[in-house]
Design a protein around this ligand. Structure first.
Ligand SMILES: *[C@@H]1O[C@H](CO)[C@@H](O)[C@H](O)[C@H]1NC(C)=O
Ligand SMILES: *[C@@H]1O[C@H](CO)[C@@H](O)[C@H](O)[C@H]1NC(C)=O
Ligand SMILES: *[C@@H]1O[C@H](CO)[C@@H](O)[C@H](O)[C@H]1NC(C)=O
Length: 421
């Protein structure tokens, strides 16, 4: 009796404490899984050569080539791949990361789920501190938008909130090309993408920052979630990365997870199976493999799928931008695109399918035109990488890259139906 009483009294006390914590005015970050929240800034710069589409297509070719080289177990040779000169990232999200003890600089790094090496030194010089240790390896990685090579160090890396990773492998660039205005990359893709980037240890993979946060017990799960938002301005801080958990204030409803695809080469990345339908019944892409990538701006689909989309919308190809263009009347009639992922359907509204009109001239377009953000991936369907859900998709849907459970999740957000474009 008295035991039962004290138990229920204790429960009540706990409940009271829990309520006090959860309703307190200043939220306690640790309550929600010790989330590391990193604000990400969106930046836009298309002053170099090549259209937005050409840059995205260059990235796809590099991703494919890197995957093929890895599958074949050979070293990736950049010059084997034809590419347009892509001398800067046109649209990117960057985070500020500290390196060293104490962190002597704050580096602006591109957030990239399509690569997995973290490196610095493209802008500011790397400063060695007491926690810096040079290894015997060199590192090199090629991206669609550039490349870097340099030496490998292990060092302390600080993400926001003073959360630190010790002994993180980083590349320190001695040569980098195509990374104006940033210091390097925060590579948060699958760990295996780092295989072949070290020499002489070409067979060794490198744990990513997410892997190390998990291994060092800082986060409960090897997972990173990204929240981006559509915007009309060329530069804005409106994104957020969380490590180890999801931020329920950034999405609505529940998260639908899809297992990582087994289809190669999409399986080398954060790849999933998905089908795409236009309006109520026009199939654009039947269930097939592709990837989810923060380093691609547009939403790319196989050439034959793009032709079906073009026929359905009545769009014409715009020479200046490489994008499909609609008349005002066609835009009025534009239907939603439905992405079906593991049984759940995500609706990309008409407004979400167009490039923000305030940024038309920044991509070489006409201020009064209407351009679609769905572009040609450059190869026919059936090649194992038939779509890329890029930033224009991720600005409408919350995404969770879950390495522990080998899956990618999506949820709607307060911006899924926004009409900002
Ligand atoms: C934009 O890109 C150009 C050409 O690559 C570069 O010179 C310039 O520094 C970049 N601007 C910013 C703000 O990064
Ligand atoms: C994805 O699609 C491929 C090809 O249709 C199929 O073999 C595979 O089982 C599907 N699911 C996964 C998780 O790969
Ligand atoms: C489109 O661009 C191609 C190659 O740059 C050019 O040959 C063609 O004349 C252009 N078409 C129009 C309608 O401007």
């Amino acid at each position: 009796m008295s035991r039962g009483f004290s138990n229920s009294f204790f429960s009540l006390l706990l409940l009271a404490i829990t309520l006090a914590v959860t309703t307190s005015a200043t939220p306690v970050v640790q309550v929600r899984d010790n989330l590391v929240r990193l604000p990400t800034a969106k930046r836009f710069n298309l002053t170099g050569s090549g259209t937005l589409l050409a840059r995205d297509q260059a990235r796809v070719r590099k991703l494919r080539a890197r995957a093929s080289a890895k599958i074949a177990g050979v070293e990736f040779v950049e010059d084997a791949v034809g590419s347009v000169p892509a001398d800067n990232q046109a649209v990117d999200y960057v985070v500020n990361v500290g390196v060293g003890t104490p962190a002597t600089t704050s580096d602006s790094l591109l957030v990239d789920t399509g690569s997995s090496n973290t490196w610095v030194g493209a802008g500011k010089a790397y400063v060695r501190t007491s926690s810096s240790t040079q290894t015997r390896d060199r590192v090199s990685v090629t991206y669609g938008s550039g490349s870097f090579s340099g030496t490998e160090f292990t060092d302390t890396v600080s993400l926001g909130d003073g959360l630190t990773i010790t002994g993180q492998s980083i590349g320190v660039a001695s040569r980098s090309q195509g990374f104006d205005g940033v210091d390097g990359i925060l590579g948060i893709g699958p760990t295996d993408l780092t295989v072949g980037t070290l020499s002489p240890d070409t067979r060794t993979s490198i744990p990513t920052v997410t892997d190390n946060l998990f291994a060092q017990g800082t986060i409960p799960s090897d997972l990173v979630a990204v929240s981006f938002e559509p915007t009309n301005s060329p530069e804005v801080t409106n994104g957020e990365l969380t490590f180890g958990g999801t931020d329920s204030s950034k999405f609505t409803g529940s998260i639908t997870f899809a297992p990582l695809t087994r289809t190669s080469p999409a399986s080398e990345f954060f790849g999933i199976n998905q089908s795409i339908r236009y309006g109520t019944s026009t199939s654009i892409l039947s269930n097939t493999a592709g990837i989810v990538d923060t380093g691609t701006t547009l939403t790319l689909i196989a050439t034959d799928a793009l032709q079906r989309y073009q026929r359905a919308t009545g769009a014409v190809l715009d020479n200046a931008t490489g994008l499909l263009r609609l008349t005002q009347a066609q835009f009025q009639n534009l239907q939603s695109l439905f992405f079906t992922i593991n049984g759940a359907t995500f609706e990309l509204t008409p407004n979400a399918q167009i490039w923000p009109r305030a940024l038309n001239t920044a991509i070489g377009g006409n201020a009064n035109s209407i351009y679609l953000i769905v572009g040609d991936i450059g190869t026919p369907s059936g090649e194992g990488l038939d779509f890329i859900n890029g930033l224009t998709f991720l600005e409408r849907f919350y995404a969770v890259f879950d390495s522990t459970n080998k899956r990618v999740g999506f949820a709607t957000t307060p911006f899924t139906d926004a009409t900002t474009n």
